[in-house]
Design a binder for this molecule. Structure first.
Ligand code: NAP
Ligand code: GDD
Length: 343
């Protein structure tokens, strides 16, 4: 089996590629040229699988439709997983045009290339719980209404509906995975969970003094990315294409996540955490809570990692990283950066 994974350098790209390679797939990944290396997450996979020709990487971009078409024709994958996106909601307010171009035109380019291929290719679209724009503690499922609240969310609604249109119009095997927030030690450092766990490790090791956050009262349904990529694969193996929600069915506030993360290293969060308006969004999604009973019934999928285990996994990993960082700083090999990121 051959899979093409867009967004392979991201959090989910790493976990999904690892899963597919372990299942014996040949994995082809699309990477972007950048002035510094952007493949750190997948380095372990590259060193293990590239020499065996099981993992192949290609420079491209979702906005370069001619290269996307060429790659589909060259690789002739059995499955395409479209994970590429400008995936940061706050950044989407700052860069609405770029976020929308990648999230809409980029997705159509891929759908067109898949549709026009002589091979029958299955297509997975990374849809998002952000599309619901949750304002209260309602349980959200595949039938719930979308009320997008950001340029990111509305692009995801467009791609979601377009994927359905291709499925219905051209008899394509095209699925949408509506995934609620999922995190891991490989989560991008400007998403709130990782921003918190990284700060906890650095504060413990004495290389950061405070953590500045935005809205502490937002609620999210947080799961572990490693569990969610299994759900993506199961969707692609189902006999009929459809749309499925993946979620834990539990919602927790940013404040609760933060408090628990500090407690793991015996720190009192109140001594270190402050808030600043600059981390608040022009339009906030207040509450997300997912119902994944369709995925449980049809795919036999359910999350395996608890909220507490997820936080521990992330804090422990970031504490180890902070220890390494401290060693390099003490040897004068790394300049200490005290500031939080600006997003
Ligand atoms: P991520 O860590 O931010 O990774 C995004 C990936 O997309 C990176 O590989 C990035 O490449 C790539 N990318 C961005 N713009 C691109 C472009 N123009 N052309 C080609 N590649 C591009 O995101 P993630 O957390 O793994 O999420 C994966 C997908 O699931 C995204 O579509 C996201 O919107 C969606 N999603 C995520 C969650 C979640 O909680 N994690 C929930 C629901 C849906 P670089 O490394 O070069 O930047
Ligand atoms: N990033 C960030 N930084 N968020 C903060 C901060 C902060 O300093 N302080 C509070 N928050 C709040 C945000 O306002 C939001 O309500 C919540 O923490 C979660 O923010 P993120 O971790 O940035 O994730 P997200 O929920 O906006 O989006 C993620 O999940 C979506 C699925 O619902 C991303 O992975 C999206 O790509 C994904 O679609």
């Amino acid at each position: 089996m051959k899979a093409l994974v867009t967004g392979i350098t991201g959090q989910d790209g790493y976990y999904l590629s690892k899963l597919l390679l372990e299942k014996g797939y040949e994995v082809h990944g699309l990477i972007r040229r950048s002035s510094s290396f952007n493949t750190s997450r997948i380095e372990p996979l590259m060193s293990k699988y590239e020499s065996e020709n099981k993992l192949k990487l290609y420079y491209s971009d979702l906005l370069d439709s001619s290269s996307i078409t060429s790659l589909i024709n060259l690789i002739e994958p059995d499955e395409v997983y479209n994970l590429a996106a400008q995936s940061h909601v706050a950044v989407s307010f700052k860069n609405p045009l770029y976020t929308s171009q990648v999230g809409t035109i980029g997705v159509i380019s891929l759908l067109e290339a898949v549709k026009n291929s002589s091979k029958n290719i299955k297509f997975y679209q990374a849809s998002s719980s952000e599309m619901y724009g949750g304002k209260d503690d309602s349980l959200l499922n595949e039938e719930s209404q979308f009320t997008p609240k950001s340029p990111y969310a509305i692009s995801k609604v467009f791609a979601h509906e377009m994927t359905k249109i291709y499925r219905e119009s051209y008899d394509m095997f095209a699925v949408n995975g509506i995934l609620f927030n999922h995190e891991s030690p490989h989560r991008g450092e400007t998403f709130v969970t990782r921003k918190v766990t990284k700060a906890v490790g650095r504060i413990k090791q004495g290389i950061q003094t405070k953590l500045t956050l935005g809205n502490l009262d937002a609620f999210r349904d947080w799961g572990f990315a490693g569990d969610y990529v299994e759900g993506m694969w199961l969707m692609m193996q189902h006999k009929e294409p459809s749309d499925w929600v993946l979620a834990t069915g539990e919602s927790h506030s940013v404040k609760e996540f933060t408090k628990k993360a500090f407690e793991i290293l015996d720190l009192d969060w109140k001594a270190y955490v402050e808030t600043d308006e600059k981390y608040k969004r022009p339009n906030e999604v207040k509450h997300l809570l997912g119902d994944s009973s369709k995925a449980k019934k049809e795919l036999n999928w359910e999350p395996k990692t608890s909220f507490e285990d997820l936080i521990s996994m992330m804090v422990e990993s970031d504490n180890e990283q902070a220890k390494q960082e401290k060693l390099l700083i003490d040897k004068g090999l790394l300049y200490p950066t005290w500031e939080n990121s600006s997003i």
